[in-house]
Design a protein around this ligand. Structure first.
Ligand SMILES: [Zn+2]
Length: 152
């Protein structure tokens, strides 16, 4: 198993039967860095090959903790996210549609040279799950409002 900082790109065909496990810092994820004030992302991914159907499969977990402003009280809060991924790797849109429709996999397009862009695909997973309006789970600003005396 490979561990540590994840590479930007991997070559899935060479990783069949293996797993990678590691982190990506937010500085390397511009789309997440735009959205969050800080945080980290880690992933454990296992690579497999379906010989009968001739596609590559990636299963695993993605975890992220992002610093987001609470939309109610505007202080920053930690938003924790964890999701299971089940990607079917596709070389083109037709294969992607097939993997999605008949096998119920999340299709991920490979680069032209057969590599998988981990920074892009992991950013996608986190942004898909990220809230548009992150808020503390408890009524954070209510007490401040009542105490201000403006609301009587
Ligand atoms: Zn709040």
């Amino acid at each position: 198993m490979l561990t540590g900082e994840l590479p930007r790109r991997v070559r899935p065909a060479q990783l069949v039967g293996r797993s990678i496990n590691g982190t990506l810092s937010l500085e390397r994820l511009p789309r997440l860095a735009e959205y969050a004030a800080g945080g980290s992302l880690s992933a454990s991914l296992a690579f497999a090959e379906d010989q009968a159907q001739r596609y590559l499969l990636v299963t695993g977990e993605v975890r992220a903790v992002l610093r987001l402003p609470c939309q109610r009280c505007l202080t920053e809060m930690d938003w924790s996210f964890e999701t299971n991924v089940q990607w079917g790797l596709a070389g083109d849109d037709a294969v992607a549609a097939h993997l999605s429709k008949t096998l119920d996999l999340d299709p991920v397009l490979l680069e032209r040279d057969g590599t998988l862009d981990l920074e892009e695909s992991l950013s996608d997973e986190v942004l898909l799950g990220a809230p548009m309006d992150a808020m503390h789970s408890t009524a954070c600003s209510d007490t401040a409002l009542w105490r201000s005396g403006d609301v009587a």
